[in-house]
Write a protein that binds this ligand. Sequence first.
Ligand code: GLY
Length: 290
Amino acid sequence: MLIIAHGGAGAKRPTKKALKKLEESLQAGFKILKDGGSALKAVVEAIDILEDSGLFNAGSGGNLQLDGKRRLDASLMEGRTLKAGAVIGLQGFRNPIRAAEVIMDSPHRILTNEGARVIARAHGLKRLPPPDHADLERLRRKIKKGAALDAYKKYFSTVGAVALDKGGNVAAGSSTGGVSTMLPGRVGDTPIIGAGVYADLNTAVSCTGKGEEIIRVALAKEVSMNMKRKGPEAAGEESLKKVLGLGGDAGLIALDSAGRFTIAHTTGAMASGYAREGGIIVRQGFRVIK
Ligand code: GLY
């Protein structure tokens, strides 16, 4: 049994509060695994806690798009069944990962905007109030300063988790508020199966970073494929170098069904950690790939 979670790759060092919350989410996810719950349930629970905290760029802490709207994305995948679900541009609800979980068992794989909202409402997901005055004021100041669309080089965030349960099954999930400066309607890697997350019988991968280049590399699937011929560390490194080659920045967590794993990022920091029988480790970052 193993669960890994991250609070986003980026240049900023994570706060102590964020690291503590990450530890709490790992604890909750690992408890599910210990109690015999599935990797999928553990991943959803860990991400839900991070979304609720408001400390990360996901859920209630998600970034605003330039029109002042908070549009949230998430995706989820289970390895053994290849079941997948994703949500794009969810507004008014704080746990897009729960919406992705619902969609996974629907006839569809991805729902956007109004369709996503209807599903979230129908399943009684927790509401998220619209951005408040302080949020909008921060955005106004950013726009006034002329925040460039590539200012997001500096900070990404996003949250994610991968897990391996007692039965040897794996799952991966990811949730985000996007990047720090983005046009309304912009979508990154997080809700794109194969880019932001991927899981199959033996591997589970969750990515973070600048979605534009992650999508071009189909990073999560790329890592998973590389893990067929090399260990997670080497597979993660090779794949992240492709993102760097396109001028992007990213981070990832990946594990296999034998319990081998990697936590790696091209950025200076990536709040992340793991929980297994031996205990919980949480750090500001793990392997930096250059
Ligand atoms: N990785 C999050 C995004 O690009 O939206």
